[in-house]
Design a protein around this ligand. Structure first.
Ligand SMILES: [Zn+2]
Length: 227
């Protein structure tokens, strides 16, 4: 029996790898003439970027437990653009584009390849996740994107520690750690939450999945870390 389960898991993973490879990935550096663009070419590169787009896709499908194409957003192609702009990066869901700031790459102090890999895991999550027909709290969708980054092993050292933060829906690292706590209470919680968000959002989803309101869960979480 255990062998059969392992075989089915293996075949599922193999299928995910094959299907993720069928998505078309494009990476373009439109800022090669800038210092940050040159650093991208030297330390990261478009070939590596496309590899990360592929591997993050497999990782996201597994975390979301979306093993068949019917479960997922219908995305045929994803493009990454390195360009001169403010901020760090953003994803456009209508056109499946990710834009990354060359200034951010140029000014980043430390392992820029590792940092941009984490940024790409975050932005690729936006490409695949459900937004509850625009009803989802932004803090939750940003938290899910950073939860994937955390699970993939690309949480940067500048993030807050588990238990920190003021509100569950503060977003990013704060919400990512909180979702990790929820996922510890119910394995696959984030996958289930994302599935529910295919059609809409209600705070009641926390009660349905974990038997407590999100406010109760947040205070349990804070108490666990003595905050
Ligand atoms: Zn984001």
């Amino acid at each position: 029996m255990a062998r059969l389960v392992l075989l089915l898991w293996y075949l599922g993973t193999l299928a995910a790898f094959r299907q993720a490879s069928a998505v078309e990935y494009t990476a373009l550096n439109n800022a090669s003439s800038t210092a940050g663009g040159a650093r991208f070419d030297g330390e990261i590169g478009t070939e590596y970027t496309k590899k990360v787009m592929n591997s993050s896709t497999v990782c996201i499908w597994q975390i979301f437990q979306e093993l068949t194409s019917e479960d997922r957003r219908d995305v045929q192609a994803v493009s990454v653009f390195i360009e001169s702009m403010e901020g760090v990066a953003y994803a456009l869901i209508d056109t499946n584009e990710i834009h990354v700031s060359s200034e951010y790459i140029g000014n980043y102090s430390g392992d820029v390849k590792n940092e941009i890999t984490g940024v790409l895991y975050h932005e690729m999550t936006h490409i695949w996740q459900w937004f509850a027909n625009q009803e989802a709290p932004t803090g939750l969708t940003e938290g899910i994107a950073d939860f994937v980054r955390l699970k993939a092993g690309y949480a940067p050292s500048h993030w807050v520690k588990p238990g920190q933060g003021n509100r569950w829906d503060q977003g990013y690292d704060v919400t990512a750690h909180f979702l990790d706590y929820c996922d510890g209470l119910l394995s696959g919680f984030v996958a289930d939450m994302n599935k529910k968000m295919k059609t809409g959002y209600s705070p009641q989803y926390f009660v349905e999945l974990l038997g407590k309101t999100v406010d109760q869960l947040w205070s349990d979480y804070k108490a666990k870390y003595g905050n």
